[in-house]
Design a protein around this ligand. Structure first.
Ligand code: FES
Length: 117
């Protein structure tokens, strides 16, 4: 399910622990962007920036994605997600998960799907 991949940034511009947000196409309310981050193990993952609790952006637009434990944490009501799998690990996400986006890193660049499945 890679679909169309769009260049996000150079690999060097996304160090471990960093994240980048990007628009999805076509833009629509509450599903208008994704985010990608590089884990400490070096792998890049990408998700739709929509919380399954109430369909709000996980970071509420202020750019915060991770809590002190390294989990992705929704800033609205505290739903917490495993940043490796997107699975709910606590809070009001009720066993739902973040929706993954295909991401590929090759030849010094990071590309991600810009259409949510
Ligand atoms: S909208 Fe994310 S926890 Fe409620």
């Amino acid at each position: 399910m890679e679909g169309r991949l769009r260049r996000l940034c150079a690999s060097a511009d996304l160090p471990a622990g960093a994240s980048i947000r990007f628009p999805l196409e076509p833009a629509r309310p509450y599903a208008e962007e994704g985010f990608a981050y590089r884990a400490p193990d070096g792998r890049v993952r990408a998700w739709v920036n929509v919380c399954p609790h109430r369909a709000q952006p996980v970071d509420l637009g202020d750019g915060r994605l991770f809590n002190a434990a390294g989990e992705v944490e929704c800033q609205a009501h505290g739903a917490r997600f495993d940043p490796s799998s997107g699975a709910c690990v606590g809070g009001p996400c009720f066993r739902n998960e973040l929706r993954p986006l295909a991401v590929v890193e090759s030849e010094g660049e990071i590309r991600a799907a810009t259409e949510a499945a």
